[in-house]
Design a protein around this ligand. Structure first.
Ligand SMILES: *[C@@H]1O[C@H](CO)[C@@H](O)[C@H](O)[C@H]1NC(C)=O
Ligand SMILES: *[C@@H]1O[C@H](CO)[C@@H](O)[C@H](O)[C@H]1NC(C)=O
Ligand SMILES: *[C@@H]1O[C@H](CO)[C@@H](O)[C@H](O)[C@H]1NC(C)=O
Length: 187
């Protein structure tokens, strides 16, 4: 049978280890990125006349809209699927280092706002692998943060935040996004 001093020291030990475990689990991750990358991607929306250049198409629209023009108000209800070139600078004609593939849909009726879900697919001398993105894109914000929810290949298990900025916007047909990626988890 355990003696009183043994029980007491066991209790002290348990309290200290519980406190240490709590301290460790609450310790914030360092707010320093382990990798930073900047890309641009270029979206050319099909408008009924530009099939050869288009990299994106409206695949769903509300009952009052159609698939060659964004719906009013605020593009609400339009869903777009895209396969856009990714470049290292803001020139559409620079060699692509990968493709941004996925979708966005406009989900706000009283202001421009979308939800993005897409992947960057790299298969170039720079990078091989994927990065996956998801999140709300409140378009009236100069910058918008979305989540980098994972990756493969060179970006195995990556996680972080991507800051989007509309770098160019030409009518409803072309836009260019600057994507500043900060990864906080790298393997
Ligand atoms: C599609 O909608 C736009 C704007 O709402 C309109 O100007 C255009 O005529 C429509 N196109 C077709 C083919 O219905
Ligand atoms: C990546 O590029 C290599 C070399 O061009 C090719 O063999 C491979 O099939 C490509 N992989 C993908 C997923 O596109
Ligand atoms: C949009 O901008 C507001 C104000 O600048 C900011 O608080 C908010 O976090 C931004 N939203 C996103 C998703 O970046």
């Amino acid at each position: 049978m355990a003696t009183k001093p043994q029980v007491a020291s066991l209790l002290v030990y348990l309290i200290i280890s519980a406190a240490t475990a709590t301290a460790y689990s609450r310790r914030p991750h360092p707010r320093r990125p382990c990798n930073e990358l900047v890309f641009f991607f270029h979206d050319i929306l099909f408008n009924g006349r530009n099939y050869n250049n288009a990299t994106a198409a409206i695949v769903g629209s509300p009952q009052w809209g159609n698939k060659t023009a964004m719906a009013t108000p605020f593009n609400f209800g339009d869903m777009v699927v895209f396969d856009d070139p990714i470049t290292l600078d803001n020139n559409l004609h620079s060699p692509a280092v990968g493709r941004a593939q996925g979708m966005y849909f406009y989900d706000q009726k009283s202001i421009y706002g979308a939800w993005l879900g897409f992947s960057f697919l790299f298969n170039s001398t720079e990078y091989v692998g994927t990065l996956n993105f998801a999140g709300a894109d409140p378009l009236m914000n100069k910058t918008r943060d979305i989540s980098v929810i994972g990756g493969t290949g060179d970006f195995f298990m990556a996680r972080g935040v991507a800051t989007l900025m509309t770098d160019a916007f030409e009518g409803d047909v072309y836009f260019r996004l600057r994507v500043d990626i900060k990864l906080y988890e790298c393997w």
